[in-house]
Ligand binder design. Sequence first.
Ligand SMILES: Nc1ncnc2c1ncn2[C@@H]1O[C@H](COP(=O)(O)OP(=O)(O)O)[C@@H](O)[C@H]1O
Ligand SMILES: [Mg+2]
Length: 338
Amino acid sequence: MTDNEPLLPKSPTESVALSQATVISPFLPQAAAGSFLLQPMPDNQGIAPQPFHNPFLPVKTFKPPFLGQTIPVEGKFYSIGGPIGDGGFGNVYACTDEWGNALAAKILVPKGQTYEQVRDSWTRELRNLLVLRHPNITYVHDAFEWQDTFYLVIERCSMTLDRIITMPTLLPEWWLPHVARDVLQGLHYIHAQGYVHKDIHPGNVFVAQSFDRMVPEKEPVWSFKIGDLGISRLEGEINAFNTVLAQWMMPPEALDPGQFGLIGKKTDIYHVGLLLLALLLKQMPTFSQEQVLQGVPRQLAERHPSKFGPIIAKALRRHVWDRTGTAIDFWRELRTVM
Ligand SMILES: Nc1ncnc2c1ncn2[C@@H]1O[C@H](COP(=O)(O)OP(=O)(O)O)[C@@H](O)[C@H]1O
Ligand SMILES: [Mg+2]
């Protein structure tokens, strides 16, 4: 059996009779979400508020799926395959629907968080994914709660960009415009909706390959899609001192907002700059906080012999007001040297 073939339940009616996954509206006010007092997820490294649990209510136990399991959701069936990824909040499994679509089931399980905190992150990612629909953003097919576990069913991609960056055969100059065009197009859309992604890096850019089912021997069509919108925020909601950013990709404004400006859309521009620099270098560079504050990432891009170097360097300027203005400006500048 290939990866794309659906694993149908032996007896669909039997599975339905057992139970049905709960489909939760991400737009429900949190108070309506269940019998728990919901605790807001702290946005940074601060101490998480202790969850309140009513002793008269049952404790929720997460039950991750297993290979070959069939999950019934509103008259549809999803078949779970093997694990394909592991992230900050949970695991990702290959999954198929009855149409034979190759999907990924992203399961949010607590790693030190409570049921309510995980539910909050899941609801936030779902809300972002439902609002932000674009060909260069991974497409969410479904979202539900099943056996006290939160599921997002997303189009399955072949790999993440970090796998490609380090390929020995990679020709950076050839790849760069293709990756940049797709990532910047997705980012332009996110920004146009008033959102900031805040977590763009090669591990969150997905490579989608679409195959022609009627002529399977045809080469697949490649595209790049921004995924993992879990910490995206409306720009107006961002507080520079209260925000989640991975340590290793801290932009100058996260380290010293007084000098360099505020976290916002330009932070995503900086991260695309780092991503494209990684493509040129064929590895993800890491910088110390001192190096970031000294502008070493920009200097590295400037010194690179590639014709794209100076354009990437502008996206890596330390002061947000000196940086490339928008995602489409970034693309226009890249086009001038192509
Ligand atoms: N749609 C998908 N298709 C294929 N693999 C995926 C998909 N979504 C996630 N993965 C895999 O799971 C990993 C973690 O997923 P991600 O959405 O980035 O979650 P996290 O918030 O935990 O970082 C990815 O690096 C990738 O390997
Ligand atoms: Mg991720």
